[in-house]
Design a protein around this ligand. Structure first.
Ligand code: 5AD
Ligand code: SF4
Length: 441
């Protein structure tokens, strides 16, 4: 038998790209590819890119420069660019970097095997369509290999919200939900292969509404149906928009035992003036009232958020309002970014905040979040939590996993194996993780 060709995929950006990379590897498996961990010696290198901020795209061009040198020593190597930079700048990539053989946008991954075949004839292939056919339907023939205990599952893609700073509605297209039956089948398949925790993915996951015959399903209903699957222990979802947190989804956090007590709910800013300019369609106060309702349903829920500092026209008073909101909410973790101009989005045309001002605000915001994060983590000491173990830790005899609240937890216990869900008493809090002891077999 011919030995498999080697495929190296480098993934940038969000969890959906991680999921997409897995699916692309599966699709290219049909063309005789197996994944490898290093670019050297690969027959094909795919960069699965992110376009959310300017730096992300620039990183891709410098990586392509390095790969061009590698290709000079490996003439059969094919180089592909996938993901949101491919979608937004496909032609530009082809023009700027002649070493690139293939450019494929996120909605065309099912066409990858045919595109790869084209590159083997010496041609270049570019596909950044938003095709009529459902890419997931074509990507659904999956190998049955065993997998680790956690997996992502994309249930929804694209976004119709058009926040004034964001490229997602342009790169991932309009909001589309996958059919319920397909999601349930994929989840059962993952569980059969050893998965115990599934994170449902979507750019606007709580806008999920099903499709076809079941086009009136909410995300909460989908979660409740998934919770019926024996062997599936934990369900998470990300990323949500505050305006799509309906009553049933809030209630599910209180009454669905498999839904984990962690919620990523970006607010972006605490200033109503800026939220309006961002086209967020909610206020700081409506967000805080929403958090109160979620906490009433699940008091110990850990909240996470996204923040942008230095959005055009943001004043010191606006920024202070963001710090005030953070102080009031009390986050367990957060992602924060300096506003980055994205050509083609409404905010790109507006008065920009100076770079040093953005840097200063980011530092102050991250210091506040850091203190909150640390306090929430330290508060776990002495508590008993569920931990799903994933892999050996850095030190000999250690196993690491994630708690219900998504804290990294390590134990030194020879009875623990990957894939086990154990009850752990937390005994220590380090810089980025908790340490604990298993209390039940
Ligand atoms: N500049 C900075 N941050 C951005 N994000 C999205 N677009 C931009 C931008 N132009 C952030 C938002 C979003 C997260 C995924 O990335 O906070 O929630
Ligand atoms: Fe982008 Fe999220 Fe706003 Fe959609 S809701 S435009 S993905 S930031």
């Amino acid at each position: 038998m011919e030995s498999p060709k080697k495929l190296y995929i480098k993934t940038y950006g969000c969890q959906m790209n991680v999921y997409d990379s897995e699916r692309m590897a599966e699709a290219l498996g049909a063309r005789g590819y197996a994944q490898t961990d290093t670019p050297e010696g690969a027959d094909m290198i795919l960069l699965n890119t992110c376009h959310i901020r300017e730096k992300a795209a620039e990183k891709v061009y410098s990586e392509l420069g390095r790969l061009k040198l590698l290709k000079a020593t490996q003439p059969d190597l094919k180089i592909g660019v996938a993901g949101c930079v491919a979608q937004a700048e496909g032609e530009e990539i082809m023009r700027r970097q002649p070493a690139v053989d293939l450019v494929v946008g996120p909605q065309s991954y099912h066409r990858l095997p045919q595109m790869e075949a084209r590159t083997r004839t010496g041609a270049r292939a570019l596909d950044t369509d938003f095709p009529e056919e459902d890419k997931f339907a074509h990507l659904d023939a999956r190998p049955k290999a065993p997998r680790g205990p956690t997996a992502f599952l994309t249930v929804q893609e694209g976004c119709d919200k058009f926040c004034a700073f964001c490229v997602v509605p342009y790169t991932r297209g309009a909001e589309v939900s996958r059919p319920v039956a397909r999601v349930l089948d994929e989840a059962r398949d993952l569980v059969d292969r050893g998965v115990r925790e599934i994170t449902l993915l979507g750019q606007n996951v709580n806008a999920y509404h099903g499709a076809g015959e079941a086009c009136d399903w909410s995300l909460a209903r989908l979660i409740r149906a998934l919770a019926e699957i024996d062997g599936l222990a934990r369900i998470r979802f990300t990323t949500s928009h505050p305006n799509d947190m309906d009553d049933d989804l809030i209630a599910a956090h209180g009454d669905c035992a498999k839904l984990m007590p962690y919620l990523h709910l970006p607010v972006q800013s605490g200033s109503d003036r800026i939220l309006k300019r961002m086209n967020r369609a909610h206020t700081a106060d409506s967000y805080i009232r929403l958090i109160e309702r979620i906490r009433a349903a699940r008091p110990d829920i850990l909240l996470s958020g996204d923040f942008i500092v230095g959005f055009p026209e943001e004043t010191e008073a606006d920024f202070q309002a963001t710090l005030d909101l953070i102080s009031e909410v009390g986050y367990g973790s957060a992602y924060s970014f300096k506003y980055s101009t994205r050509p083609g989005t409404p905010a790109a045309e507006r008065d920009q905040v100076p770079e040093d001002e953005k840097a200063d605000r980011l530092k102050r915001l991250q210091a506040l979040i850091g203190r909150q994060q640390r306090a929430r983590q330290d508060a776990m000491v002495g508590k008993t939590v569920g931990v799903l173990f994933e892999k050996p830790g850095r030190e000999a005899g250690q196993m690491v996993g994630k708690s219900d609240h998504l804290h990294a937890v390590h134990v030194s216990d020879p009875t623990v194996t990957p894939g086990q869900l154990r009850t752990v008493r937390i005994v220590g809090s380090g810089s980025n993780s908790l340490s604990g002891e298993c209390v039940a077999p």
